[in-house]
Design a protein around this ligand. Structure first.
Ligand code: FAD
Length: 414
């Protein structure tokens, strides 16, 4: 879509949050446009066909808290099929690699850690979650590994108050055609301007002036939905400056989680929707989903500092690491059976700069600070602003809808 010279509401970013805002404003009578730096919608939701018969969600894949997830109704409306089978996260397909007795000990240690940390969170002191690991417990590195998957970060940089503000109903579903594909369908009816990178939001004048890579436009209201790391790095700037927003964004950095998909020869040798993890006593390790949806592939998941290290090592490093790990678990025969297809490098993605937000210790209040509107003209959404569903796609979408509601309220007050 061509760039208008002026608009009632400009939405910056066509991820779940921006699309949620655009949908909510559809019948408002206001002119709106979504300014998107990429040439596609979805942001951190992106489905690719790694081969004609292997679908891969490079970003989000699970509809967390499915019974409260607003994308469930959207999927049904758009005729996307939902897979409601249970995720294999707490299971292990190859008992001998992580024997049941050891797994039970690990789960017990993990649950005990959560009990301690959750209790501490209710005390109101916002400290690092790592302080609640039992000193000397042999499972600590693996408990930390779980944090790298869930938070994209090790426990030493995770706020306990924020962690336990997250709401998880325990139900996790998937979209058979891909979560990213659902997002693309959801965005198809929105007014979008692609390849339109916003660099400056000048709110010094009567209307807000937005500088983009495709020219300048003025807007009555602006909804900013870009990932926190872009605000923290001032890749998108405000004039006058908004130091409170930059500080809040810095308190909510994006952790790193990366995925890889490997084609699998002779897939019938492995269980459909199986799970594979080693008892390696390391934080630096991948977790594997065998044959997701029965497809002939294995998906690997890496998080935290290890994911950063692998990303920094260059394209192909995540696939190489996962093949080495899988071979060490299942035998050398698997080296010839596995072929790298695709891997993410979200920290190196210029318009994401990470995977999902966590609050640093002492910064649990930053989500509300980031979400707060400025002067009834600048509004903020995105997963990091969600009070209870942060780090998720549905949390992002709902936050966009809320920001659109704030815009309407501000207009009604005039
Ligand atoms: C590997 C991985 C696995 C995940 N797994 C899950 C999961 O299973 N379930 C789940 O619910 N969530 C998951 N997530 C998180 C989920 O994908 C995100 O929380 C959600 O998609 C974020 O949506 P958003 O709209 O806040 O941000 P984004 O999707 O990042 O959207 C922001 C948009 O702003 C654009 N943008 C950035 N800078 C500019 C600029 N200067 N000008 C214009 N546009 C700009 C970006 O290109 C992007 O399109 C995962 C994420 C990753 C990376």
């Amino acid at each position: 879509m061509s760039l208008p010279s002026s608009i009632d509401v400009a939405i910056i970013g066509a991820g779940a949050a921006g699309l949620g805002a655009a949908h909510a404003l559809k019948n408002s009578g206001l002119s709106t446009i979504v300014l998107e730096a990429r040439d596609r919608v979805g942001g951190r939701a992106h489905t690719i066909l790694a081969t004609p018969d292997i679908l891969f969600d490079v970003g989000c894949g699970w509809l967390h808290s499915a019974d409260e997830n607003s994308f469930v109704a959207i999927a049904e409306q758009l005729n996307f099929k939902l897979d409601k089978s249970h995720p294999p996260w707490r299971e292990q397909s190859f008992g001998e690699i992580f024997p049941p007795k050891q797994r039970a000990e690990f789960i017990k240690a993990l649950d005990a850690f959560h009990d301690r940390a959750e209790k501490a969170a209710t005390s109101g002191r916002d400290r690092a979650a790592s302080l609640y690991l039992e000193p000397g417990n042999r499972w600590n590195p693996m408990i930390d590994a779980i944090s790298t998957y869930v938070n994209g970060s090790e426990l030493d940089s995770v706020s306990i108050i924020d962690t336990y503000a997250y709401h998880d109903s325990g139900l996790n579903w998937r979209v058979r055609q891909g979560y990213g594909a659902l997002m693309a369908a959801y965005g198809a009816s929105c007014p979008l301007a692609f390849n339109c990178q916003v660099t400056l939001i000048d709110h010094s004048g009567k209307s807000v002036r937005i500088e983009t890579s495709r020219g300048t436009l003025s807007a009555g209201k602006v909804i900013v939905t870009v990932p926190t790391n872009l605000i923290a790095d001032e890749a998108i700037r405000f004039h006058p400056a908004l130091p409170a927003k930059v500080d809040a964004a810095r308190g909510l950095p994006l952790g790193i989680a990366d995925k890889v998909v490997l084609a699998l020869d002779e897939p019938q040798a492995l269980p459909k929707d199986g799970s594979l993890r080693g008892a390696t006593m390391r934080t630096a390790m991948g977790a594997y989903h065998l044959r997701p949806f029965g497809q002939p592939c294995i998906e690997g998941f890496f998080g935290g500092r290890f994911a950063q290290e692998l990303e920094d090592a260059g394209d192909g490093a995540i696939a190489a690491q996962s093949i080495d790990e899988i071979v060490s678990y299942l035998g050398s025969d698997f080296r010839r059976k596995l072929k790298p297809l695709s891997e993410s490098r979200w920290a190196h993605d210029p318009f994401a700069r990470g995977s999902y937000s966590h609050a640093l210790p002492g910064h649990a209040g930053d989500r509300a600070a980031l979400a707060a509107p400025v002067d009834g003209r600048l509004f903020f959404a995105g997963e990091a602003t969600s009070p209870h569903f942060f780090s998720t796609a549905h949390g992002a979408r709902d936050s966009g809808e809320s920001a659109a509601g704030e815009v309407m309220e501000a207009l009604a007050k005039r």
